[in-house]
Design a protein around this ligand. Structure first.
Ligand code: PLP
Length: 458
């Protein structure tokens, strides 16, 4: 319906423009967009004026008035190793996510590794993961010695396709790591039901999903554990940092002990002066990192709401452009984090214009965007892991055969998403204002109107 309307408008605009051409009024063919603006000016990538020259909001945000005092006071105090600010940050983050407990750690990757290990996952176990995620998700599985098993992507929501999980469960499957990738919630209700049925551990990778909600409940509180990242690009930025959230007191005590060399903590107690109790490492956050986090946390809810408002507006406008397929949120999602704003690019709607050319043209118009991830189920690191000494001791040669692995882990829909369709805008762009969202729409419409010409020129 919308597309038909757009085509009709374009047709009328075309007639109008050719009429003007005949009168010698215009050199470039002019087309009107759905909204009726002239968009067929020369694309910036071939020398025209860009849609936008204004800078986008930068990230992270540092507000001198609200953010500086806590950090500077801490630096002056000399209390830099884990103390009261870290504890305060953990309490506030537990309360924000809606879990009984939170443990901060050095980064999201180690939050995942610690969670897997303290859930008892290791060599010989299979862990179900999506192929559409940041490498850290799978790197964490490999760090424990477990075997990642990939389940294809639901390309409409960009999340792990929960309806395909059960087919991948074997007697060795121990855990599922749903990733709320791009900050859009995964189908947690279905995933938790599958986990319950098959007695599996669920560790949510919520490293991109600070403040996202399903049915009014924040992600990271659905699984047995939820893991977050506070790396500089993330929606709550500390530079580096991570967190494990859970209601499971015993598990959290073990994580705490593990992150502090395996020393006694809570229920991790042994004989007096027994020394270190469990094998551990050191993953402690510093006081000044916590001080940064406490400042950023004050803004997170407001920023998340702004991203949601802008994303909904941008989504509604770009949905009308042929060849643009916007993301879909599961029906029970009440809020997304929009660490990224994704849409699928169908080049047939753009006269066959390749995605790479579209991105190049968008960037020339002043709209940064990215083609995003490559398929994680097909990269050389997997074979390298399988050839390692530890893997060769933990698995049979047949289990480590890369061809067999590849056959078992094909994810054709994800391949297409990564290789042909995915386009992202960044979370910081969604902190701009409504007219800035219009710039994005105008740039897409301009490229759409000039697709033929760009196809020939680039
Ligand atoms: C960033 C990220 C991680 C890892 O977090 P770090 O803090 O960078 O170690 C894990 N999973 C996903 C999906 C991420 O985006």
């Amino acid at each position: 319906m919308e597309n038909k309307k757009l085509r009709e408008k374009s047709r009328r605009a075309f007639i109008k423009s050719t009429g003007m051409l005949a009168a010698g009024a215009l050199i470039a063919p002019s087309v009107l967009s759905a909204a009726g603006r002239a968009v067929a000016k020369t694309p910036a990538v071939v020398g025209g004026a860009p849609v936008r020259t204004k800078a986008w909001p930068t990230w992270p945000i540092w507000n001198k008035e609200t953010d500086e005092k806590l950090v500077v006071d801490d630096l002056r105090s000399g209390v830099w190793s884990r103390a009261s600010l870290v504890t305060q940050f953990e309490q506030e983050w537990a309360s924000y996510v809606g879990t009984k407990r939170c443990l901060s750690v050095v980064n999201g990757t180690n939050a995942l590794i610690a969670s897997l290990l303290q859930m008892g996952i290791g060599g010989g176990d299979e862990v179900i993961v999506p192929p559409y995620t940041f490498i850290a998700t799978v790197a964490a599985v490999l760090a424990t010695g477990a075997m990642p098993v990939f389940v294809d992507t639901d390309v409409s929501t960009w999340q792990i396709d929960a309806s395909k999980i059960e087919a991948k469960i074997t007697s060795k499957t121990r855990a599922i790591i749903p990733v709320h990738i791009l900050g859009l919630p995964a189908d947690m209700v279905t995933i938790m039901a599958i986990a319950k049925k098959h007695d599996l551990v669920v560790i949510e990778d919520a490293c991109q999903a600070h403040g996202a909600e399903i049915g009014g409940r924040r992600v990271g509180s659905f699984g047995h554990a939820g893991c977050f990242s506070f790396q500089n690009s993330k929606n709550l930025a500390i530079g580096e940092g991570g967190a494990i959230n859970s209601d499971d007191e015993k598990f959290m005590d073990k994580c705490y002990s593990y992150h502090n060399y395996g020393n006694p903590y809570g229920s991790v107690v042994g004989q007096v002066s027994a020394g270190t109790l469990i094998p551990g490492t050191k993953l402690r956050l510093t006081e000044y990192q916590a001080a940064i986090g406490l400042g950023q946390l004050k803004r997170l809810a407001v920023e998340t709401d702004k991203r949601n408002v802008n994303a909904a507006y941008l989504r509604s406008r770009i949905s009308k452009i042929p060849g643009v397929i916007p993301y879909h949120l599961y029906d029970n999602v009440t809020k997304a984090a929009f660490h990224l704003f994704p849409f699928r690019y169908d080049k047939s709607g753009f006269k066959g214009l390749p995605r790479a050319t579209f991105i190049k043209a968008m960037e020339a118009e002043g709209i940064p965007c990215s083609e995003g991830y490559s398929p994680l189920n097909k990269m050389p690191y997997l074979q390298q892991a399988f050839e390692s000494k530890n893997y060769r001791k933990m698995y049979t040669a047949a289990e480590l055969d890369i061809n067999t692995f590849n056959e078992r882990n094909v994810c054709p829909l994800n391949d297409k998403l990564c290789n042909e369709e995915a386009i992202w805008f960044y979370q910081s762009m969604l902190l701009a204002d409504k007219p800035d969202m219009d710039d994005i729409v105008n740039a897409i419409e301009k490229i759409h109107a000039n697709a033929d010409r760009l196809n020939k020129k680039i």
